[in-house]
Design a protein. Structure first.
Length: 202
């Protein structure tokens, strides 16, 4: 009888310790994800603002469908590509207030094509139209990786906002945190079954 009581006490203590470790793990996960997400957001905004500052808004006004072969468009595209490569961004592109492409770092995106994915970030884009650089929440790309987008206004010589520059970048740390979250869920489920089994046996 005494041994049985000692066994139950030991199991209870072990389960309590396990519960505390699990709770600590979830707290670390939440804190780390928030801190890293904020840091990534600030970095992307800085990239977007620096890139937008290098584009003269008055040049964008003359672009129209078919301008892809002009020296102006090619110079602007090369500038976006250089900024993309220097910052390890996935893509950098410029669009008008209707969400249509003006310049894209990708060769296969012509002027005037609609960026349908921008609809998910319409709140952030509206804020950018008012002059505030913003960053989106993380989203899954077509390759199932995590990405974030930052938006910055492009101004002309009179400081009028004429277009918006967007930067898409992968968020690698979220993949690591997602794996951690899955492992923690598995540990929690296994621990629950063990606790149930021990309670039945003892």
């Amino acid at each position: 009888m005494k041994l049985k009581i000692q066994t139950k006490t030991t199991i209870s203590i072990a389960l309590l310790v396990l519960l505390m470790l699990t709770a600590s793990g979830w707290f670390f996960f939440y804190t780390a994800s928030k801190a890293l997400d904020a840091e990534m957001g600030q970095r992307l905004i800085a990239i977007a603002k620096a890139s937008a500052a290098q584009i003269k808004g008055e040049y964008l006004r003359v672009l129209k469908s078919g301008s892809e072969n002009t020296r102006l468009y090619q110079n602007l595209q090369q500038k976006l590509q250089s900024m993309r490569d220097a910052t390890e961004a996935r893509e950098i592109y410029i669009f008008d207030f209707d969400g249509k492409s003006l310049v894209d770092s990708r060769y296969d995106v012509p002027i005037g094509i609609q960026y349908c994915a921008l609809g998910a970030d319409r709140i952030h884009i509206e804020q950018t139209k008012q002059g505030t650089a913003t960053v989106s929440t993380a989203f899954h790309g077509k390759d199932d990786a995590f990405y974030k987008s930052a938006y910055a206004p492009i101004r002309d010589e009179k400081e009028n906002i004429v277009a918006i520059l967007a930067v898409d970048a992968s968020v690698l740390f979220l993949e690591t945190l997602e794996n951690m979250r899955r492992n923690m869920i598995i540990i929690g489920i296994v621990s629950t079954f063990i606790a149930i089994a021990l309670s039945v046996l003892f």
